[in-house]
Ligand binder design. Structure first.
Ligand code: GLP
Length: 240
């Protein structure tokens, strides 16, 4: 696992975007595994800049990590809405080349099976990740098995609290999500994870230096052959 530390969030995002955009330049129909969360916003901003500079996403496919159960795609806190607002509506991605799990599918088990079949068809050339303050990736909370695939997961109380800053009330935060599994994340050819801020420092330390086991889901990246972890100084402050 490669770790790079930057002074600013903007530098982190530029570095991550360059990795992703280089993949698209080399392979215009690449499959990008995309993430949500505030950390990823700056990466999408940089990708939009690259689009402005002539990079085309016309053939690129995207597959997202997760979606809240119960939020329709037009809900302003749904991950479908987030992706449209920060990337899909701003570049020339074809809408039918962008994929997210549906959190309001009437049969969620069938939805997970559909998504797993989609992932099998669309192996990710690069997977973007953020980091939960409890070490989660996508919505794979501590305890998630390393061989897990897309499934309905229950959010940890700390995650509900963290994410409640974006909702009107704590009670409005969904308790469940449809999330890609750890095995799905690990099957990407390349993984890029970003974490910034002091509140991520403990999870960063566990991810990079802890024992590789499900108590810190992100720690599994120690086993990935092409993973880059991009940090700012605050997120890296507990590392030697
Ligand atoms: C959510 C998402 C994760 C994301 C995490 C961190 O829980 N499911 O994919 O990495 O939030 O979010 P933020 O970047 O806002 O700190």
């Amino acid at each position: 696992m490669k770790t790079v530390i930057f002074e600013t969030y903007e530098q982190m995002c530029k570095f991550a975007s360059d990795i992703i955009c280089d993949v698209v330049r080399a392979k215009p129909d690449a499959v990008l595994g995309l993430a949500t969360g505030s950390t990823s916003i700056g990466v999408y901003k940089e990708m939009c800049k690259q689009f402005g500079n002539g990079l085309s996403f016309a053939k690129t496919r995207t597959v997202n990590l997760d979606e809240y159960v119960g939020l329709r795609p037009d809900h302003d806190q749904s991950y479908a809405y987030f992706m449209r607002a920060h990337l899909f509506d701003k570049v020339n991605l074809e809408k039918n080349n962008t994929f997210l799990p549906c959190g309001t599918a009437p049969d969620l088990e069938a939805e997970c099976a559909r998504y797993n079949a989609l992932l099998d068809r669309l192996p990710r050339d690069v997977q973007l990740l953020g980091l939960g303050s409890d070490g989660h990736i996508a919505f794979n909370e501590p305890g998630s098995p390393f061989d897990s695939r897309t499934r309905v997961v229950e959010l940890a109380s700390g995650t509900i609290k963290d994410n409640s800053r974006l909702f009107d009330r704590l009670d409005d935060v969904p308790r469940f999500a449809v999330s890609m599994g750890i095995a799905d994340i690990m099957s990407a050819a390349k993984v890029v994870l970003l974490a910034n801020g002091k509140h991520k420092a403990q999870a960063v330390k566990a991810m990079l230096t802890g024992k590789v086991d499900p108590s810190c889901p992100a720690g599994v990246l120690q086993l990935h052959k092409d993973a880059t972890v991009i940090l700012d100084k605050e997120a890296a402050c507990l590392l030697q």
